[in-house]
Design a protein around this ligand. Structure first.
Ligand SMILES: [Zn+2]
Length: 134
């Protein structure tokens, strides 16, 4: 009985620390409603997207999305990695985004997991902040 109590005392703070890590990575509260250079992001399809669950190339975790589509804003440089090419399909499916995304040729590698899903390019003010150009 005393062993069970002792175990709970040890595991509880560890679980709390893990929960904090989960809440911090990735930061889903980031919103890029407008381009920092002004107006909407001017997105251009530039290559393939690979999205990993881990935080970095040194610790990539699981490959969540293989051979998706990468767009980049020609004004601020923001990358969006998505399951589908929005210019072709009219939606993203699963997506993530970031600046300074590592790449190899036309393959772009995103870390920190999937931020969410979009099945329309007009469903809210966040996605309306992007213009999907060829
Ligand atoms: Zn931009």
């Amino acid at each position: 009985m005393s062993i069970i109590v002792f175990t709970n005392m040890i595991t509880t703070p560890i679980m709390a620390a893990e929960l904090n890590n989960k809440n911090n990575l990735p930061d889903n509260s980031i919103t890029y409603v407008a381009c920092p250079e002004g107006g909407k992001h001017n997105m251009h399809s530039i290559g393939y997207a690979f999205i990993y669950s881990g935080p970095s190339s040194a610790n990539p975790g699981e490959l969540l999305l293989h051979g998706g589509n990468t767009n980049q804003c020609s004004k601020c440089g923001l990358y969006v990695g998505a399951q589908f090419c929005p210019q072709t399909w009219g939606f993203l499916g699963s997506y993530t985004m970031g600046y300074n995304v590592p790449y190899d040729g036309s393959s772009y590698y995103f870390y920190g997991g999937i931020m969410g899903e979009y099945w329309s390019l007009t469903e809210d003010s966040f996605i309306q902040g992007f213009e999907w150009l060829f």
